[in-house]
Design a protein around this ligand. Structure first.
Ligand SMILES: Nc1ncnc2c1ncn2[C@@H]1O[C@H](COP(=O)(O)OP(=O)(O)OP(=O)(O)O)[C@@H](O)[C@H]1O
Ligand SMILES: [Mg+2]
Length: 357
């Protein structure tokens, strides 16, 4: 079969991998005589022509914005965006590395110090983008590329259509990446630099623990878990644990960011962070209550450890009984009161029946 040529210029060689939005290809740029990576954006087959046009226009617009960021060493460069088959194809720098998801799957979790080093590079890339008014919106292990020389890069910068509603209507896929979407974004759709920091925290948690911070049986429960539960207790994070704690705070106002985050990660890289190997729960309980997820007790004083039993998956949120729990409580109280009032009447009625007989 003749090789597919796009825009009279890019020859598709072979697929590199598949993601939620489509396929990434290795390709040859016939004009500049270099290899590139091309992301083929797939739209949901049910998408009407108007929505299809919208996806195209938005991808072109966002790619243009992100092209301006491409000079940063931690951001995968976007070279070009073309339209073929009424779909956008994003031409990028071909990165000779592996996704963080693959690295962890093949080699196991990374040491805290190496994870912190990666975190610093990724945060520097994010910070640059945030200063340009661009948010990533889909920070997750598969969008982190690790290069053989130790560098870490972020791909899919801003081009992923990952707003819940948009992703669902435009691509037919689940909104966001389950376990990597910040609670305030799930709740209010807020796309902000702080939401990117939360996703970065979840990504670093995955790197150092070798598993998601919210392991659940289904994608749907993984997606909503950050609204209900604190992250599963880390076992291997060591000195990185307090940093993850700061990054994964559900309340964006209490989340680590800016210079504080970089210096906290730097301390872990330099070995001057607090070594803490206790596999206890991250302390995000007060903040969970504060964002209004649960009508539980008031904020836990900062620094107070959460009882280990509360950290068990399957129990209701660490911040209190949860909405369902409160409903059950009210129903039980009502049943109790009604029983107390009716019981003597019932006894009297039965007694009169028996005596009557
Ligand atoms: N510029 C690139 N150079 C080399 N490999 C890349 C590049 N961009 C992506 N890849 C690889 O291609 C594969 C598919 O990437 P893709 O972005 O489609 O997947 P995803 O991030 O899991 O999904 P999505 O971002 O669409 O939700 C991944 O293994 C990724 O590591
Ligand atoms: Mg990707």
């Amino acid at each position: 079969m003749a090789p597919r040529i796009l825009a009279d210029r890019y020859r598709l060689i072979a697929p590199i991998g598949h993601g939620g939005m489509g396929t990434v290809w290795r390709a040859a740029d016939g004009l500049l005589h270099r290899e590139v990576a091309i992301k083929e954006m797939r739209a949901s087959p049910e998408l009407d022509p108007e929505k299809r046009e919208e996806l195209l226009a938005r991808t072109m617009r966002e790619a243009r914005i992100c092209a301006a960021l491409s000079t940063h060493p931690g951001i995968v460069t976007i070279h070009d965006v073309i339209q073929e088959d009424e779909r956008p194809w994003i031409v990028m720098e071909l990165v000779s590395g592996r996704g963080l998801d693959r690295v962890v799957a093949e080699e196991g979790p990374l040491p805290p110090r190496r994870t912190a080093e990666i975190g610093r590079q990724l945060f520097a890339a994010l910070d640059t983008a945030h200063r340009h008014g661009v948010v990533h919106r889909d920070v997750k292990p598969a969008n982190v590329m690790l290069l053989p020389d130790g560098r870490a890069m972020l791909s899919d910068f801003g081009i992923a259509v990952s707003d819940s509603e948009d992703k669902l209507t435009l691509t037919g896929r689940l909104p966001g990446s389950p376990g990597y979407v910040a609670p305030e974004r799930l709740r209010h759709g807020v796309r902000s630099p702080a939401a990117d920091v939360w996703s970065l925290g979840a990504t670093l948690y995955f790197a150092v623990e070798g598993r998601s911070a919210f392991e659940r049986a289904t994608n749907a429960s993984r997606l909503t878990a950050p609204l209900e539960d604190p992250p599963d207790p880390p076992q291997r994070a060591g000195a990185l644990r307090p940093v993850l704690n700061g990054m994964l705070q559900p309340d964006p106002d209490h989340r680590l960011g800016d210079g504080d985050l970089d210096s906290a990660l730097e301390r872990v890289v330099n070995g001057s962070g607090t070594e803490d190997l206790t596999p206890t729960q991250l302390d995000v309980s007060g903040a969970l209550a504060e964002v209004g997820t649960n009508p539980g007790p008031a904020r836990r004083p900062s620094g107070a450890a959460m009882p280990a039993a509360m950290a068990q998956p399957g129990l209701s949120s660490a911040a209190g009984p949860g909405r369902l729990g409160w409903t059950r409580l009210v129903v039980s109280v009502v049943i109790g009161v009604v029983t107390l009032i009716l019981a003597p009447l019932l006894v009297e009625f039965l007694a009169s029946m028996l005596i009557g007989k």
